[in-house]
Ligand binder design. Structure first.
Ligand SMILES: NC(=O)c1ccc[n+]([C@@H]2O[C@H](COP(=O)([O-])OP(=O)(O)OC[C@H]3O[C@@H](n4cnc5c(N)ncnc54)[C@H](OP(=O)(O)O)[C@@H]3O)[C@@H](O)[C@H]2O)c1
Length: 281
């Protein structure tokens, strides 16, 4: 597995397996399948209610802990120094591990500076190997990263061939922050990427599917991709992207597919913010 190096020197796999909308009951089976396919990075979150399933699967796998890379995220309801600190211990317990490889603030709402202080402490205490944020769009990312001591090592954003996140890249680079792509195949129920004709035609040349081309394009940009599938054969397909390389022309051709550079969610829309905070805050 190819890796990237985070700003603190921690090596992170370029490809992982995400478990958003994987039910608690199904999660252990899915993560077990993903580990058998070869994934070593697993992306979960407190808000997915399936950290226990991830923990069970990694415990039963017998894979050495230092070969795995576990990501989880502090949810809005746990924002603030004390609550975040408690939630980190709860995540460790559910994941049945002594440390989390990468801990992210899931959404940029509530007392995120308080959460960050708890995360910095967990980082210094060795409970967490790297810390970062998620869904911090450009202005919010700049504001936040400017005022914190330990700069975010990762920003996990909605990113794929149609949502390319090129606008935020210079800000991330200035901060030494790496991008991690959620929804790398377009998310749940969207066929626009996995059935895309341009990607399909490029893939034919290499004997690859549109989905594989989409994931290859991200990872070839140096962006960590974490596709989700409940089907083992698709997990295997999505994993099998390191035996071909897109040409510069193909990379440029796919770059023309950009439709919503900063994502399809407007995180500053008052209705959206009201909904999230009133529902989960
Ligand atoms: N930070 C955040 O706010 C945030 C938000 C969303 C997601 N995430 C993370 O990012 C991960 C991935 O994002 P996502 O789950 O939203 O979307 P995704 O990985 O882009 O797409 C998942 C969808 O694609 C289907 N699929 C997977 N592989 C396929 C293939 N080879 N061919 C055809 N269809 C395929 C899956 O169906 P089947 O399962 O039926 O195969 C599922 O419906 C999540 O699991 C989560 O870990 C983070």
């Amino acid at each position: 597995m190819e890796t990237i190096k985070l700003s603190n020197g921690v090596e992170m796999p370029l490809l992982g397996y995400g478990v958003f909308l994987v039910s608690p009951q199904e999660c252990e089976r899915c993560v077990t399948d993903a580990l058998n396919v070869g994934y070593r990075l697993i992306d979960t979150a407190q808000a997915y209610y399936n950290e226990e399933g991830v923990g069970e699967a990694i415990k039963k796998s017998g894979i050495a802990r230092d070969e795995l890379f576990l990501t989880t995220k502090v949810w809005i309801a746990n924002a603030g120094e004390e609550k975040a600190a408690r939630s980190i211990d709860e995540s460790l317990r559910k994941l049945q591990t002594d440390y989390i490889d990468l801990l992210l603030i899931h959404q940029a709402y509530g007392d995120v500076f308080g959460s960050w202080r708890a995360m910095e402490k967990a980082y210094r205490d060795g409970k967490v190997r790297a810390i970062g944020v998620s869904n911090f769009q450009a202005a919010r990312f700049f504001d936040f990263s400017h005022y914190v001591d330990v700069k975010p090592m990762v920003n996990q954003l909605q990113c794929n061939v149609m949502i390319q996140q090129t606008g935020i890249e210079p800000l991330l680079n200035d901060c030494g922050t790496r991008m991690m792509a959620w929804g790398p195949l377009g998310g749940q129920g969207i066929d626009g990427i996995v059935k895309n004709e341009i990607l399909g035609a490029i893939g034919e040349k290499y004997g690859k599917s549109a989905a594989q081309v989409a994931l290859r394009w991200l990872t070839q940009r140096g962006i960590v991709a974490i596709p989700k599938s409940s089907h083992k054969e698709r997990m295997a397909q999505n994993f099998n992207i390191f035996d071909f390389k897109l040409t510069d022309d193909e990379m440029a051709q796919i770059a023309t597919m950009n439709e919503h550079d900063a994502g399809t969610i407007n995180f500053t829309d008052p209705q959206f913010v009201k909904y999230l905070i009133e529902t989960y805050g």
